[in-house]
Design a protein around this ligand. Sequence first.
Ligand code: BGC
Length: 779
Amino acid sequence: MTNQLTSKFVILAIITLIFTSCKTETNSAQSSSVDKNPYAAQVDSILALMTFEEKIGQLNLPVSGDITTGQGTSSNVGKKIKDGLVGGMFNIKSVEKIKAVQKIAVEESRLKIPLLFGMDVIHGYETTFPIPLGLSSSWDLELIEKTARMAATEASADGINWTFSPMVDISRDPRWGRVSEGNGEDPYLGSRIAEAMVKGYQQDDLSKNNTLMSCVKHFALYGASEAGRDYNTVDMSKIRMYNEYLEPYKAAVDAGVGSVMASFNEIDGVPATGNKWLLTELLRDDWGFNGFVVTDYTGIYEMMAHGMGSEEQVVSQALNAGIDMDMAGDSRVASAAFIKSLKGAYNKGLVSMVEIDTAVKRMLTAKYELGLFEDPYKYCDSERAKKEVFTTENRAFARKVGAESMVLLKNENNLLPLKKEGTIALIGPLANNAVNMAGTWSVATQQEKSNPFLSGLKTIVGNTANILYAKGSNIDYDLELEKRATMFNKDIPRDGRTDKQLLDEALSIAKKADVIIAAIGESAEFSGESSSRTEIGIPQVQKDLLNALLKTGKPVVLVLFTGRPLELVEENENVPAILNVWFPGSEAGLAISDVLFGYVNPSGKLTATFPRSVGQIPIFYNHKNTGRPLSNEEGQFEKFKSNYIDERNEPLYPFGYGLSYTKFDYSNFKISTNSINMDGTIDVSVDVTNSGDYDGKEVVQLYIRDVVGSVTRPLKELKGFQKIEIKKGETKSVTFKLSVEDLKFYNSDLDFVAEPGKFHVFVGTDSRTKMMKEFQLTK
Ligand code: BGC
């Protein structure tokens, strides 16, 4: 979508809109802290000067940028800024435009309070990294942190000072399109990634001109939307929330995140946006968060549809619950918004001035922390933007990250890596498309400049092999579905030819090839917001193409593009090699080719379970045992046990799974003691030998099971991992230190405790590992 941003027309229209409206109307990483606020005196002195309207203005975040990520846009924003009725803006792109808008705030408004400029900088800025689900599959925290750091450098060079990231919603439901935006199903891994991202964006100094204030979202539990349908109801026990869903948000708070975004869903029957337990008791009182909370889009207005009452009732409920800033409430689609109804609510006694002042203080504090009062243009250096955005160096890093995120799902008879020889046929609707390569939620990306697969392949192969290409099919037979899965101009233009003509062309080149690469799967916007699916297979037209290619008898490599775990039973059965590339980002083609030809040995591991069928959903590795577990492991049906009559219990590919071109053998698994007390620690060690033919990286995973507890505990829980590089023939020893903290969980009183008793500890290559030792925790 971003390149349409560069459309001169749009830019002009926006700037004109802002200025015209002005003219016509002229008639440590520290979180913001109100309590221990170093800026308290300055904030108070500004507050004392503010009118009621100007206070509400600070809480107003209108949409009037180039990028519209929802249904709303605001009008007359220039005039509103001038009147002190705007606290920040989001999704405006470029130093020039941001500078122009900031100028109105600091030169033409009465109190000259600078604006915040937010954006969905989710997995990179113009240089785009793999979608977050892909990035999490790298299990490489340093790498992930560096992506956030680079995104912050680029975005801040281009005028942005606030990002709506990281998204840390745990999800166990691949029907939900937004699984693509998160880090998968595991709270431990999700928490480590949340910390890394916050650190990457904020560093330890928000006032630096190359850091961004981070906003953890969507608080909370959004990933548990019923039936995977976006924006749907969430209903969950507190014990499940605490043990399985809340940890990554808390990790972001503990890492000093500056802001939090409330989620669209309800929690315990109350929409998150108006949920005082969530936004105040849990977030501020229990977790000690001191920054500000923003709604997700028109979340306040949406409380009316949730059945929470009138305009004045919902705005007061939101403010009283702990919302500080109202995103997009000012837009035409929303009738309830702080800017529209807070005064009325105040006049009726539904909100107090203390509540309003508290929210305003939080917003002003954030602006102090960002250094905006000192220099409102500190993020607006056009020279920096020219030098630091979408650089050759950043793109080289994106290429590396793209390759690190890929997951090899199958590799029969070592078909991969491919040799650079003979004739290679690249076939599929995703083979030669730039704009889809960045994947969903990449609003600032240079999508036309992304490197398509075909181009990367040609670069890598050079003239050592002959490359043939055919599109093979459209994304889907159904044009309507294709349209629904197109947003932000990430289109795969439908081919004028018939399905048969496309297929015939593909088969004619396939016949000439020694090996076929099928570049198929979802297009970028098949996942993401408002892209839920009930069937999660490869779209039928592409399945038909794949089957026809397999029938040629030539070796076929499936290069799978997807934003979610897909149902791939048939493909796993029939296709010899499957490389899941997600959406690899700006340098997709080169990154994929690096892996296909063995310049990079794949080391990604799944962070979300791939089911065998939709009927198994929700499916996740850290489930409970039940009172009637199966007694066999071969998936045979057992009557009156917890299983299905028509499907096995296990997934197709489990959490933590991913192959390599080499082979890793585990041996010498040891624990340092069989018994620890409440102050003790235990060393868990294992040797990993690379016994294959290539150097490679392995993600060594550690799981525990609390065998007996006052409440039921999962069969396995990830509690540690290390990604290590091992040369062929080499053995490396890996040691983990487990402490009592790692054995704790929330009991039925929601106390975080470790209970004495028997524990199992596992190490291995994925969550199915059976390498187990036992120890006791004593009082
Ligand atoms: C999404 C958020 C996003 C916001 C602003 C909403 O629709 O749920 O994730 O940050 O729009 O673009």
